[in-house]
Design a protein around this ligand. Structure first.
Ligand code: GLA
Length: 751
């Protein structure tokens, strides 16, 4: 039993393998947060909160009486779910307005339940699995007739606790939710660093770490998507926490729309995290009898450092969130986007596929431009019928020829969008999000479909059900290429316009749910102008997501590094593209491009017919290598060895099999140096007592004729103990040239 309730002290204690989470009901019925951190026993920790009179912190009437100045204030209590305008001046979880226009709610204990298994949330993605025990605590505001059910899903062995909140209107009048966060977490003591993953298009998830001060820090998006700009994942860690030591807390909303995580350190030095749907632009009318589910949050706590925190999230997302059964596994894909952009016909695509098949590629993906009137990005979105000017005879003959090569076939779609110049928009202009009386704000020349309308979701369901039923398609790339403006639904009344952003995401999830469950053999890859919606919500439906439109291998190092804090390598779409790179103009050796793309789903995005014979033979070798490394890369433990922000001259990361039977080291030199310093590696995740043999050692892209020559050959076949490799380490020769890389595979040979 991972959840305990002590009736004597009214204390709930949730235990995972390495952490404990504790709450207590106070005599008035408030649910107070007592502790979250390293594992402790079941005894209540209420003593942690000395009651003192905090000047200008108001008191509960019931405690203080009308005339006594008391010392029990909502402003300092660590409440699990407090609402605005009732004396808690910090960021609160909810902001509720009654039918009379009275803002304020106070949630008091009603009942609780402990149940085996995971809980579900209507219309929203959520983690699953039998290795979970769920606590639900019902709090109620008797004045409003509003019930809040707080969920805690405890995955004991995984050190993950999921949280969510569902609000029920049990009154006979409409209530207005101006904010309904998923969770509030108080960390009353400690000095914390905050790690967030900011970015921009083509430069997503750049890790940034800073000290928390006495202020409110906000990581959020108002773009209608989780965004390239602020990924919905935040870590709080001890000031001296590193990859291998220190307490860390992860906060990961399972949500793809406007998210918000506020972190406030108050006048007492207490830190509060409130996370969920972004309150700006949100306003939900909760009718009598109706309920509102706030998205799930994945909390994880470890005191073994950031590396362990990431590995826990990786395993959790792969095994408990992502429900897609189709997966790329060791299959290598090729995508025509950077090879042709819009300029292709069936012969060009077939020629790329033919060459790819001869090298071992198993999946040909046809990107944007195959449908409607779509010769550039100005038109055609919404018209999901094949463009027979480009693909003579339609899709079927091309798909058949590609299958005859022994390859699978995949296709790009962008369901949520519509071009002004499209039959769909001409037929249903009101299906787009536009403001009455104003010319629309365009993004990439396109408009956003109103996914809050059930008929739009139904229409798209039919379109893509037809596409997938009439054609043998084994992969879908689901794109979303603009952020939202003019958010107004022509189908909703004025007072419900504040619901559109969230209803939109519910529509996206409904469409994803229908298509992924109707076509379980189809592998869905998410995309949003690269990694603009790379979040746990999408990963519940799609097992992989195109990491970034930036395919420059050196830039990818920091993008993939940042992504790796929360998300597994098996989810990171990564391809080898042409050089000079189309986004940066940089040239990186093909071997190194392969090593970097192997830290992801691995594929190619270039015209293989333009490669030299030597390059083609390297591609063939890369494919074979990836196929043999795939299980280790996709399900192995991931270790970050360097931090690109610290401007080291090299970047390294490593995979280790969970049973320590083999490991794969990856190194890329990012700043060539004169008289380079020694490059010293310390392996991770090995069995110290075992003997490991270097099965393969490859140095690629190094300037020839210098000390590294011959080193890789000499290294292969050598044996070391795990202890030697982990504690003494290994020193590489001096590496010269633009962006050489080293990849070393070791395997246990015995004890
Ligand atoms: C987005 C994607 C690209 C490509 C283009 C097609 O930018 O991220 O990979 O599919 O759209 O228009």
């Amino acid at each position: 039993m991972s959840i305990r309730f002590d009736e004597k002290t009214s204390t709930f204690t949730l235990h995972t393998r390495a952490s404990s989470y504790q709450m207590q009901l106070d005599p008035m019925g408030h649910l107070l947060h007592l502790y979250y951190g390293r594992k402790i026993g079941d005894a209540s920790n209420f003593h942690l909160y000395p009651m003192a009179d905090h000047g200008f912190s108001p008191d509960f009437y019931a405690y203080a009486g009308p005339s006594v100045r008391g010392s029990y204030s909502p402003d300092v209590l660590p409440q699990e779910y407090s609402a605005a305008n009732r004396g808690d001046f910090r960021v609160t979880a909810a902001d509720i307005v009654s039918a009379e226009g009275a803002r304020g709610a106070e949630f008091l204990f009603d009942t609780y339940r402990i149940q085996p298994g995971a809980y579900t949330l209507e219309g929203l993605p959520a983690a699953f699995g039998d290795d979970c025990e769920t606590l639900s605590v019902d709090l109620r505001d008797p004045v409003l007739g509003l019930r809040v059910r707080l969920f805690y899903g405890v995955y004991e062995a995984r050190d993950v606790i999921t949280r969510a909140a569902v609000l029920f209107n049990e009154s006979d009048r409409r209530l207005t939710l101006e904010k309904a966060a998923s969770a509030c977490l108080d960390l009353p003591f400690g000095k914390w660093d905050m790690i967030q993953f900011h970015g921009r298009h083509a430069m997503e998830r750049q890790m940034e770490r800073s000290h928390l001060g006495r202020d409110i820090r906000r990581v959020g998006s108002l773009r209608g998507a989780s965004s390239h700009h602020h990924n919905p994942f935040v870590i709080l860690c001890e000031r001296d926490a590193g990859e291998e030591y220190g307490s860390c807390y992860g906060v990961m909303p399972v949500y793809s729309g406007n998210h918000c995580t506020d972190i406030e350190t108050d006048f007492n030095g207490s830190t509060r995290v409130v996370t969920g749907i972004h309150p700006d632009g949100f306003c939900w009318q909760l009718e009598p009898g109706a309920q509102f589910a706030a998205p799930q949050i994945l909390f994880c706590c470890t005191h073994e450092g950031l590396g362990e925190l990431s590995r826990k999230y990786h395993r959790f997302i792969r095994e408990r969130l992502c429900r897609c059964t189709a997966s790329q596994t060791s299959e290598v894909l090729i995508n025509n986007w950077e090879a042709t952009y819009f300029n292709f016909d069936q012969d060009k695509i077939y020629a790329i596929a033919q060459k790819a098949a001869s090298l071992g590629v198993g999946l040909m993906v046809l990107d944007d431009g195959w449908f409607g009137k779509r010769d550039n990005d100005q038109s055609g979105l919404g018209d999901w019928f094949v463009n027979t000017d480009k693909l003579k005879g339609g899709l079927a003959p091309l798909i058949e020829k590609i299958h005859a090569l022994g390859m699978k076939f995949g296709i790009w779609i962008e369901p949520e969008m519509v071009s002004e110049d499209s039959d769909l928009y001409r037929a249903h202009p009101d299906w787009a999000l536009t403001l009455p009386g104003r010319t629309p704000i365009l993004g990439r020349s396109q408009l956003v479909l109103d996914m809050s309308r059930p008929e739009v979701v139904d229409y798209l369901t039919d379109c893509f059900t037809r596409l997938l039923s009439e054609n043998r398609i084994e992969y879908i790339k689901w794109d979303m290429n603009r952020n939202m403006a003019d958010v107004y639904s022509h189908a909703l009344p004025p007072e419900r316009q504040g619901e559109v952003f969230h209803r939109y995401i519910l529509g996206v999830y409904a469409l994803l749910d229908r298509l992924t469950s109707r076509f379980p053999h189809v592998l869905f890859e998410g995309c949003a102008g690269g990694g603009g919606r790379f979040d746990a919500g999408m990963l519940a439906y799609v097992p992989q997501f195109w990491c970034s439109d930036n395919t420059d291998a050196i830039e990818r190092l920091s993008i993939q590094y940042g992504t790796s804090f929360g998300y597994p390598v098996s989810a990171m779409g990564a391809h080898v593209s042409a050089c000079p790179n189309h986004q940066t103009g940089r040239t990186v050796p093909l071997g190194t491009r392969g090593v970097v793309a192997m830290s992801g789903t691995f594929g190619y995005e270039l015209d293989l017919n333009k490669l030299s014979r030597k390059e083609l033979s390297l591609v063939k070798k890369q494919i074979a290598r990836y196929q043999s490394y795939a299980p280790l890369i996709r399900t192995g433990d991931y270790y970050r060895l360097t931090n690109p922000a610290e401007a080291d001259f090299w970047h390294g990361w490593q995979f280790a099999a969970p049973d320590a039977s083999e490991a794969l080291m990856n190194v890329v030199v990012v700043h060539p140096q004169g008289n380079p310093q020694p490059l010293h590696l310390e392996w991770k995740g090995l069995d110290p007592d075992a003997v490991y043999k270097v099965v393969r050692c490859e140095l690629q892209g190094a300037h020839p004729g210098l000390p590294a020559d011959g080193w890789a050959k000499e290294c292969a076949g050598k044996t070391f103990t795990g202890a030697q490799l982990m504690y003494a380490g290994q020193t590489l020769p001096q590496l010269f040239g633009d962006y050489p890389s080293v990849q070393i595979l070791i395997r246990k040979t015995g004890k």
